[in-house]
Write a protein that binds this ligand. Structure first.
Ligand code: MN
Length: 193
């Protein structure tokens, strides 16, 4: 089985000005494609060949883990955005955010602070456990909450390739602009499943 790169559900310039068309072209079109191509080469003829991607991530290490996890993380990241999406969470997720972090504004600040505070490359995550309890975690490099038994809900990419073309060294600005394109309907659906 070969993993395919899914087509984005929006035009390459749809996320501007938060993320430029050029960044989408490079980040999804080249970086993410390379992870998927590498993943396909590495699983060929191995015990991982017919596994679901999440299972590969949970059972691999080294180059295979890095490419499998990066392939998954980027799809999860890019498929959270919708320029016409819902700009604030509601319902069960909103209540959990308010209860855990004090308010939606406090949550956003804590999330961006965690992304800015991660030294080097990686990801900042909002995840939940099986009781619905929320956690903000940082994952260096290809790190993912999937390996710690948490269910990912939202991720921001803090590798420099995610923002350098548009924001150069201004990581906090880059992350704060992502709130303009996160579709909370998608995040709510992940929480309710
Ligand atoms: Mn990336």
């Amino acid at each position: 089985m070969k993993y395919e790169q899914p087509e984005l559900p929006y035009a390459v310039d749809a996320l501007e000005p938060a993320i430029s068309a050029l960044t989408v072209e490079y980040h999804y079109g080249k970086h993410e494609k390379a992870y998927i191509d590498n993943l396909n080469k590495l699983i060929q003829g191995s015990e991982f060949e017919d596994m679901d991607l999440e299972e590969v991530i949970k059972h691999s290490s080294g180059a295979l883990f890095n490419n499998a996890s990066q392939a998954w993380n980027h799809i999860f990241y890019f498929f959270t955005f919708n320029p016409e999406g819902k700009r604030e969470p509601e319902g069960k997720l909103r209540k959990a955010i308010d209860d855990t972090f004090g308010s939606f504004e406090d949550f956003k600040k804590a999330f961006v602070d965690a992304g800015v505070g991660l030294f080097g490359s990686g990801w900042v995550w909002l995840s939940c456990d099986e009781d619905g309890k929320l956690f903000i975690t940082q994952g260096p490099n290809a790190g993912t909450p999937l390996t710690t038994g948490l269910q990912p809900l939202l991720v921001f990419d803090v590798w420099e390739h995610a923002y350098y073309l548009d924001y150069q060294n201004r990581r906090a600005d880059a992350l704060n602009k992502l709130w303009d394109i996160v579709d909370w309907k998608i995040v709510e659906e992940r929480y309710e499943n």
